[in-house]
Design a protein around this ligand. Sequence first.
Ligand code: ZN
Length: 242
Amino acid sequence: MKVAFISDIHGNLEALESVLRDIEKEGVEKIHFLGDVVGYGCDPNECVKLVATHCEFKLLGNHDFAAMGLESIENFNQVAQASMTWTIEKITKKSVSFLADFEMDADFLDYHLVHASPEEPEQWHYILNAAHATAQFEHFSQSICFIGHSHIPAIFIRDREGNITQMAKSSLECSPEKRYLINVGSVGQPRDNDPRACYIIADTDSNQINYRRVDYDVKTTQAKMKKARLPDFLIERLAVGQ
Ligand code: ZN
């Protein structure tokens, strides 16, 4: 069975629609969402509706938490605060009621799913290197933990001796001898210098993990954000994937 893992949509409807078309074309049976459907982008309600409709497991990210009024935006940087203030104004009661059904983490087959870190999901830690990843393997029992949050695709591998290595790969055949912590990248705001939407398809029979990169109409998204008067920095970064 093919399963898609998508994360960090951030209100980018054009990116999400392109990813959903790619998922359909690839014959994926289930889609799981790892959090941050809103924040930064200009279509929070449309994105919440699509995720609620298409995804089986749906997780909360820090921006979703803030949009629901569950977390102060004091710790957000300036542009994140500006876009979150905008999002809180625009988000409908219906979208908030959809988000209320999203979870902090989930288990599916031999996979653990969480937005930021399995250790403390609500603390929103960033796992950016092998040193950060090391302790995390003690906090899930499954073979693979899929995460989002940093918007940077990354694979951390733990061998039987407990050594952690980080690999940059677009595809991987998982070994039953090893365990994995895998960042699926971001649909709506990639930050790895590739502006295309990013997500993962896992084949549960072959244990193959494939990153997918999907073009979308960045110019349309940018024009809509400009009209919504969202910060220029957020508009410009989409073109370069930073
Ligand atoms: Zn995010």
